[in-house]
Design a protein. Structure first.
Length: 430
């Protein structure tokens, strides 16, 4: 049987089976047969998680052959989407019906089910993660049964399944809340870090989306402010390709390769990178503005700290990098996300600042990430469970207030651990 690896090549495994069912009946049949054979089942989307959530010697179940929009209710503003549908295809499909997703992350390669399962998010202090846009879910459970859940029907199951790491069942369908189609005007500027942090409260509240990338050793940031507009699109395809592929991707790759081959030049690379980011104003449909292609492979750790602690935490992380002379070429990504009530969500019952540390593929990251994580946890940070982290079960239980509620629901739906692996058993405390 061929092996499997995630997008970043940080996780590999050799499953006994890779199944690609084409219907809910086929999904149920795969789950039932695997359970009968004593093989665990792990769902996979596009492999954009960095932690070993998918890795198994049992069955990997891909929903690549189960994609598309099944129903559109323009009156209710809801659409029913198959779980394997990629985020990048949902935007254009919704646009045809005059609809849009409320928010997206900065990459759209994931499947919808995968994005929900890991708590994928974008930016915006008044906007929640992708999971908060879900009105209802269709799950294939460990017994092969098909169940529906929503806030009106099995609310506890819904609050657990909306961020579940794929441990409650296979998310076959998603009933997605939408908004009327809209365009965004995005302004990209390169600024001094201290200036931005001095204005952070107004920048966050005065913009629908505000985020920035902070470059170690340079104390400069690349900011993005995006707001709704009635203006016509002004981004030509060639300009988008130039910025995304030539300036932001090829330039980053060349500089990062230089830093990887000679770590001693990382400080200079970081300073140069801080000055080469593209700037300017763009207007386009929301899904083209919010998400950009990601071609340069990397590894990531990301934590959600209380919103009010974000600036101080970021400063401490930058001081750690510079004090220890960590060779890092990638900037720290900084965003805000609104609170929710989903049991396994990093944003459970608190508005959060998200700090994402990244390292170029092939460069050492363990010491760098562990040092950042110690600072994040000092501020009560909760890890993004789809990215690299070094928290054990007891730490996670203390950090996530909804942890025990989630595990209660999980054990009810999957008492035999069909969707569990040794990694997940250790993570969740079984």
């Amino acid at each position: 049987m061929p092996g499997w690896s995630n997008w970043a090549k940080t996780v590999t495994c050799r499953p006994a089976q890779i199944a690609k069912p084409r219907s809910i009946d086929e999904i149920a049949a795969v789950v039932s047969a695997s359970a009968a054979a004593g093989r665990p089942v792990r769902a996979v989307g596009s492999g954009h998680s960095y932690s070993p959530l998918v890795a198994t010697e049992g069955t990997i179940l891909s929903l690549d052959n189960f994609q598309g929009i099944e129903a559109v209710d323009t009156v209710a503003g809801e659409v029913t989407v198959r779980g394997g549908t990629k985020l990048r295809s949902i935007g254009p499909l919704l646009r045809r019906h005059g609809l849009a997703m409320e928010n997206l992350g900065d990459t759209d390669a994931q499947s919808l089910a995968g994005a929900i399962s890991t708590g994928t998010h974008g930016s915006g202090i008044a906007l929640g993660s992708v999971s908060t846009q879900v009105a209802g879910l269709t799950l294939v459970t460990a017994t092969g049964d098909v169940i529906e859940c929503s806030r009106e029907r099995d609310e506890d199951v819904f609050r657990a399944a909306a961020v579940s790491l794929g441990t409650l069942g296979i998310i076959a369908r998603v009933r997605l809340k939408t908004v009327p189609a809209y365009r965004l005007e995005r302004k990209k500027q390169n600024r001094q870090l201290d200036e931005v942090l001095a204005e952070i409260d107004s920048l966050v509240t005065d913009n629908r989306h505000f985020e920035f990338w902070a470059f170690p050793y340079a104390r400069r940031v690349s900011t993005r402010m995006s707001n709704m507009t009635g203006e016509e699109p002004n981004v030509a395809t060639l300009k988008r390709l130039w910025e995304n592929i030539v300036v932001d991707t090829a330039g980053l790759w060349v500089l990062s390769q230089a830093g990887r081959l000679s770590p001693a030049v990382s400080r200079g690379v970081a300073r140069l990178s801080a000055r080469l980011n593209s700037q300017g104003t763009s207007v386009d449909d929301n899904y083209r503005i919010l998400a950009t292609p990601r071609y340069v492979k990397l590894t990531e750790t990301e934590y959600a700290v209380p919103a009010e602690a974000g600036p101080e935490c970021l400063r401490e992380v930058l001081e750690f990098i510079e004090r220890e002379g960590i060779p890092v070429n990638f900037p720290l990504e900084y965003r805000y996300v609104a609170a929710d009530d989903l049991f396994l969500s990093p944003f459970y019952e608190r508005d959060s600042a998200l700090i994402d540390a990244q390292q170029f593929h092939g460069m050492p990251y363990e010491g760098y990430f562990r040092g950042c994580e110690a600072i994040f946890r000092k501020y009560g940070g909760r890890p993004h469970l789809g990215k690299i982290h070094h928290c054990d079960h007891s730490q996670l239980q203390a950090l996530f207030p909804g942890w025990d509620d989630f595990n209660r629901v999980r054990r009810q739906l999957d008492p035999g651990g069909v969707f569990m692996t040794p990694y997940l058993r250790g993570l969740l405390g079984d």
